[in-house]
Design a protein around this ligand. Structure first.
Ligand SMILES: NC(=O)c1ccc[n+]([C@@H]2O[C@H](COP(=O)([O-])OP(=O)(O)OC[C@H]3O[C@@H](n4cnc5c(N)ncnc54)[C@H](O)[C@@H]3O)[C@@H](O)[C@H]2O)c1
Length: 331
């Protein structure tokens, strides 16, 4: 299939481009490089440098390339920033998705695979989280994605020749196993990269935001899915989409790791006893979030393969050790 990958120069989008190539598809990257890196896009994949909110350019990209499916990763994804700048998030993420739908409508593109998030569940009433768990986001980032899910669902109801999947990722981690691409966010807020930067001496210490949560060791519990598993699920889901399909899946490994467990695993992987300090809780951090990923397994036979947290951390460590400055900011 010919696949337009919005956010293709970002962390997950760039891994998706490679997974699509490996599976014999023809991806085109579409990214405004606001937070991505040109060097993350494989040389043989065309990059359209434009904003998803430019509906005319996006429509032309869909029509000119005969696109069969849009994988829509482009978004801003910092919870803290979304609290400070909610309108930026509604503009880029929700309005951005509206523009993607308008372009899809004009070009009559038949499929969409959308990056949603466990942040749409907010503070869930129970774990593990199933797809029918109530979605009540507790920050503008999660809400901007939930609004997008609603828009997509309403649009899909109006078109019988259209199918979509909304994939709700838990915490995405790790890097491609060949060490070619990885995670390069500025600022970096994700736990594993932050820890590895400390292990590599690029940051003085790791701050744990609260150790008095109602969890076994007092630190927050999250579900870490390897980025290679995550993108393989995208390819599987896209290939399974039939006209009129509406699919919603959690993407996680189905078990949680606490912040302390991640720190201990990273110490074992790196052999470095980096400094850790306990800080106050961060507003809006639920104590525990982990998925029940059984729906995608039951319906498509897919499940995560790289569920050993040390393997995930090791793959990220390989990238960070080889690329201490990330892509070197040559956007
Ligand atoms: N990383 C995670 O753990 C995680 C978890 C849940 C959901 N997600 C979602 O996955 C998607 C990808 O996340 P990521 O970690 O790869 O982020 P990222 O910042 O690395 O990649 C996002 C890419 O989108 C591009 N972009 C942003 N706004 C754009 C616009 N208006 N027009 C064109 N391009 C634009 C950026 O330049 C960047 O290359 C996001 O939608 C995010 O919300 C990520």
């Amino acid at each position: 299939m010919r696949v337009l990958v919005t956010g293709g120069a970002g962390y997950i989008g760039s891994h998706a481009l490679r997974a699509l190539l490996r599976a014999g598809h023809s991806p085109v990257a579409y990214d405004n490089l606001s937070r991505g890196h040109r060097a993350a896009v494989p040389k043989d994949v065309p990059l359209i440098e434009a904003d998803i909110r430019d509906t005319d350019v996006l429509t032309a990209a869909l029509k000119d390339n005969g696109i069969d499916c849009v994988m829509h990763f482009a978004a801003f994804a910092y919870v803290g920033e979304s609290v400070e700048l909610p309108l930026l998030y509604y503009n880029n993420n929700s309005r951005g998705t509206l523009s993607v739908l308008e372009a899809i409508d004009r070009a009559r593109t038949p499929r969409l695979v959308f990056s949603s998030t466990c942040a749409t569940y907010g503070n869930p009433p129970q774990n593990p989280i199933v797809e029918t768990t109530v979605q009540r986001p507790i920050n503008p980032y999660g809400m901007s994605k939930l609004v997008s899910e609603y828009m997509i669902s309403d649009y899909a109801a109006s078109r019988s020749d259209f199918s979509y999947a909304a994939l709700r990722y838990f915490n995405v981690a790790g890097s491609s196993f060949d060490g070619e691409i990885g995670e390069d966010h500025d600022p970096e807020t994700h736990l594993i990269p932050v820890i590895l930067q400390a292990a590599l001496g690029r940051r003085e210490k790791v701050t744990v935001f609260g150790d008095d949560y109602p969890t076994p060791d007092g630190t927050c519990i999250r579900d870490y899915i390897h980025v290679e598993d995550l993108v393989s699920a995208h390819v599987r889901v896209m290939e399974a989409l039939k006209p009129s399909d509406r699919r919603i899946y959690n993407l996680g490994i189905g078990r949680g790791h606490s912040v302390r467990e991640i720190i201990d695993a990273a110490r074992r992987v790196t052999g470095v006893d980096f400094k850790v300090e306990i800080g106050p809780r961060r507003a809006g951090d639920p104590a525990s979030l982990y998925s029940d990923p059984s729906r995608i397994h039951e319906e498509l036979g897919w499940r995560a393969q790289h569920t050993d947290i040390e393997e995930t951390i090791r793959s990220a460590y390989q990238w960070f050790s080889k690329n201490p400055n990330g892509y070197g900011d040559a956007r």
